[in-house]
Ligand binder design. Structure first.
Ligand SMILES: C[S@@+](CC[C@H](N)C(=O)[O-])C[C@H]1O[C@@H](n2cnc3c(N)ncnc32)[C@H](O)[C@@H]1O
Length: 445
């Protein structure tokens, strides 16, 4: 059977529809579509831009489309209009007439004549008349929501928690492409050596300004390099790298990582222990433990032991009070990673944020049981929300009087000014890393 041939725009439309129908993550769908439709070379960049750009700007695009759509338009036709308007407004390299022509061709292929006529009519009217002005929106929260395409409830919530200025900076930063960073495995190589090897393979990279073993990728894809295959590198965001610094594990210690898959932080911890001692890595499902094991094996780390287990029951399987350090990198709403996974902002609601806190608190309770007296506990999330972060910490301290907040003095110097009231809330606009939260505690002797 011959495969149906799909253009880049059709593939992008397919992904946008899948996100709407299945609530699947954009990054996973994108990788799958690249393989399924055999997208190659520069077309991968265009597919990524079309998909992420359209999702990132969905609310703004809908605002612009509204006056031009007379009847209800949903499903693939709306996605096609959004994607085409995105190209007309934000992609300089795509001429407007090309974007409109492609849209009409797709509409003809997928629908009937009426639909292609509607798509043609809407896009040509916008080309003639221009989009409506955002100045007609008087309320500042609503304006920010439409202008930066973040749901109204989220902009209102962030403004209440952090103020309108910080919220605006965060929303604007969320529209930028993510910074690509990686971590050098210092048990196998050095930063200079890795930078040299990457340059030989045509990847432009430079030292991180924040993390001693971090590098920033300026051009190229490290996932296909020999340096990556040889286990000298792990792709990881700089904010996420801060967690192993806060935990500060030492060679020979016993460390528990309760929510470990796919193992970005587990392997960082193991590397910082110089592959000596033990890191017990837990996660819910066996297939996720396999990911940790694959990463450990690529990095040649032998001090990691993975188990599929609900970490809230860890004390039933492993010896309580036996770990020097415990990490709870908790399941969270993920609102700090909207540059990488823009679909999250539309998929979450306020109720989700409330229910996450109870899981986070249960995980923290088990963590305390597993910690030796005098041991260190780190709680981290990749979200920006006071309920899941600051308030979880406050509630935890009330329930666990033997735990005391500690200032993570082991955090890199450049980060210290961001620590406030002994916790670290990183905003995406701070230094280009993901939004992240880190709190460090000591258990009483
Ligand atoms: C934020 S992710 C962890 C990312 C990981 N620490 C890393 O750096 O690669 C949270 C993880 O918690 C896991 N998880 C959720 N509930 C859990 C539970 N009750 N016990 C163990 N793991 C859990 C999820 O499967 C998910 O992999």
């Amino acid at each position: 059977m011959t495969k149906p041939s799909y253009s880049v725009r059709e593939a992008a439309l397919h992904i946008l529809d899948q996100i709407d129908k299945n609530q699947s993550y954009s990054n996973l769908l994108l990788n799958h579509a690249i393989r399924q439709f055999e997208i190659k070379g520069p077309d991968i960049g265009l597919l990524t831009e079309l998909t992420y750009g359209t999702i990132q700007r969905k609310l703004t695009l809908d605002f612009y489309l509204t006056p031009f759509i007379k009847k209800k338009v949903e499903g693939w036709v709306r996605n096609l209009l959004r994607m085409s308007l995105y190209q007309m407004l934000y992609l300089d390299r795509v001429p407007e007439r090309a974007a409109i022509h492609e849209a009409v061709e797709i509409a003809k292929k997928k629908g009937h004549k009426g639909i292609s006529g509607l798509v043609n009519g809407v896009l040509r009217s916008i080309q003639r008349q221009g989009v409506p002005s955002l100045d007609t929106i008087n309320d500042p929260i609503e304006r920010l929501s439409i202008e930066t395409s973040h749901p109204l409830w989220l902009v209102a919530r962030w403004s209440e928690q952090f103020g309108l200025t910080k919220t605006r900076e965060m929303c604007e930063t969320n529209l930028l492409p993510p910074v690509q960073t990686a971590r050098v495995n210092r048990t196998q190589s050095s930063k200079d050596e890795v930078l040299r090897l990457l340059a030989e393979e045509g990847v432009e990279a430079e030292e991180s300004r924040i993390i001693p073993e971090g590098i920033q990728i300026k051009r190229g894809n490290i996932a296909h390099t020999e340096a990556f295959r040889s286990g000298f590198l792990t792709i990881q965001d700089e904010s996420s790298m801060l967690v192993a610094y806060a935990l500060d594990p030492r060679p020979g210690e016993s460390v528990l990582d309760m929510c470990a898959a796919p193992g970005g932080k587990t392997t960082h911890i193991a590397e910082r222990m110089n592959n000596e001692g033990k890191v017990l890595a837990l996660d819910l499902h066996p297939h996720k433990i396999k990911l940790i094991q694959e990463n450990a094996s690529r990095l040649e780390l032998t001090n990691i032991e993975g188990h599929a287990l609900d970490a809230r029951k860890v004390q039933e399987r492993f010896e309580p009070a036996s770990f020097d350090r415990v990490l709870v990198d908790a399941p969270c709403s993920g609102l700090g990673v909207l540059r990488r996974k823009p679909d999250i902002k539309y998929a979450k609601n306020e109720r989700d944020l409330e229910s996450l806190q109870s899981i986070q608190l249960s995980l923290l309770s088990s963590a305390v049981e597993m910690l030796k007296p005098g041991g260190t506990l780190v709680y981290s999330t990749c979200t920006v929300d006071k309920k899941e972060n600051h308030q979880t910490v406050t509630q935890f301290l009330v329930k666990q009087p033997q735990m005391k907040l500690a200032t993570a003095e082991s955090l890199p110097e450049a980060i210290q000014p961001l620590v406030q009231e002994q916790v670290l809330q990183v905003f995406p606009q701070d230094f280009g890393g993901d939004g992240f939260f880190i709190a460090c505690f000591k258990k009483g002797e």
